[in-house]
Structure formats: structure tokens, C-alpha cells
Design a binder for this molecule. Sequence first.
Ligand SMILES: [Zn+2]
Length: 320
Amino acid sequence: MTVLVKVAARIRARGLGVGFAGVLLSAMLLVGCSEEEPPEAEAPLAEQTDTGAMGEVLPSLPVTLECPVPVADPLVIEDIVLEPAEQALAEAPAPAAQIPKLSIIIDDIGHNREAGERVIALPGPVALAIMPFTRNAQALAQLAAAAGKPVMLHLPMENMAGLAIGEGGLNTQMERAGFDAQLQASLNAFSPIQGVNNHMGSKLTADRERMDWLMARLGERKLFFVDSRTTKDTQAAFAAQAKGVASVSRDIFLDNQRNDIDLEREFKLVLARARKQGSAVLIGHPYPETLRFLERRLPELEAKEGVRLVSVQTLLSRAQ
Ligand SMILES: [Zn+2]
């Protein structure tokens, strides 16, 4: 018996296939049994790791080979019954949970109607982050929602550089009443709004107290938050978690440089991040170069890169 098992193990190690080895082993066991060999206590295979057809190391099989072979012998079941299922699994497309996911948000929408409509026309659930009190905010929010695109408020927040942030902005000098009033006005500036992310905000997002105020309101309205991560000191995601607000953080900015080489480099970077983490969040802006790039790259994304474009809501439960 020991010899028979070793022969089968050798065949498996030579890559002839688990199934073939299993069938041979079973045939040999049957022959062995018909010859009424005395049963052996334990096969040496039980202590080995094995090499599968793809070269991966398989775990040791906790099996005792006896003769006659019990019907429920795990080795025989695995070799003969499960092998076709494994084969089928290898041929089937990967389960949805295993396909790397990419979510894209385009910020700073609302000033330019045509650019906004080009974002809405992009394939897949690309989110529009619309600035409050901009001329085309309401029209684009409605068009985007009708097209099934996620719609977010792109909320202006104070930055370290002192750059103008536009109407509806929040800053670190505001006391709670003024902060709340400004926030509610921005949240009411257009509809529908499903979530919020920050425009700039390298100063305000580091202010934990005001992030707590923000998240308290978003929690009441059942809105999600995407931390654009404009500073490494951001407290936004921590505040969101503390208030039970669903959130996720930006991984890569697509278009800090707007030429094809840099766009492609950042895009490759976010795809690599998605493959490594399982998912990633990309933020871009409605520049003509960015829109041309996405119009070219998104239709082929899953077929060419094996990464699936998903809505940002899909990634909200992701650990920060
Ligand atoms: Zn912005």
C-alpha cells in the first residue's frame, strides 16, 4: 500500500494532474483490496505537502489509508469527486468579490455644463462631486441622477495655502452655529445628494472638532463621506467612523499633471493599488485632458486591465 501511494504521489508531483493520480490511486487501492492486503496504519502521504497542477503547495491531507477504503475517505473524495469542481472553478470567471474594484469621482463639477455632461456620459458609475452655488449644479445633479451616476456635494473647506475656496466654504474660525448654518445651506444647495467630499480642506480636515460637527450632520442626513485626503493630518475619516458615517478615502489623484504620460502613470498606480488592496478610489477633475483620457481608458477597463469600475458607495464599508 505504501508503495502504491508513493507512486500516485510521484505522478501528482510530475504534474500529471490530481484527477489522474486520484483515479490511478483508487484503481490501485481497489487492486490492493482485491488482493486482500493487510491494512496499513498510515500512509506517508499524510505527512507531506503536495504540489498541485498549478505548482502551488497544497496542505497535507490528514488521511489514514486503510483497506478496504472507506467511502468517506477524504483523500479519495478530494481526488475523484472534487477535482472536476476545481477544474470548473478554474475555468469559470473569478467571483465578483475577487475582481479588483475601482471607484472614480470627478470633483469641481458645476461651473461648466458641457464638461459636466461629458462626465455623465462616461461609462459606468463615475461619481460627480458638484460644488454648491455653481451655475449648473442643480441641472447637472438631476441629469447625473437620471443617468444612474452617484451625486455628491463637493464641499469647499479651508486650505493651508489660504486659497479662495468659493461660496459655501467652511473654515476653522467658524463657531458651531455659523458652521452648521453654512453646512446646511450647502447641503440644501441642490438635490439629490448622496454623499459629500471635501474641496481643498488641508486646514479644516485636520480640525477634529469641526470634523465631528460635520459628521454629526452627515449622519443625520444619512450621507456618506469621501475623504479627499488633501493633508496627511486629516481627521475626517476618524470623525466619520466615530459618528457612524459610512466613509472611504481617496487613494490617488489622477490629474495633478495633465499630460497623457502622467495621466497614464497615475492611472496605472491606482489600478495597481486596486489589485493590491482589492479596491481603490481615484479622484479627477473635469479638465479636457482628463476627460479625453477617461473616455479612452474606461470602456476597455475590465477587459484590458481586469479591474471593475464600481460606484463609490460599493466601497464605503472598506476598512480605512
Ligand atoms: Zn475640488
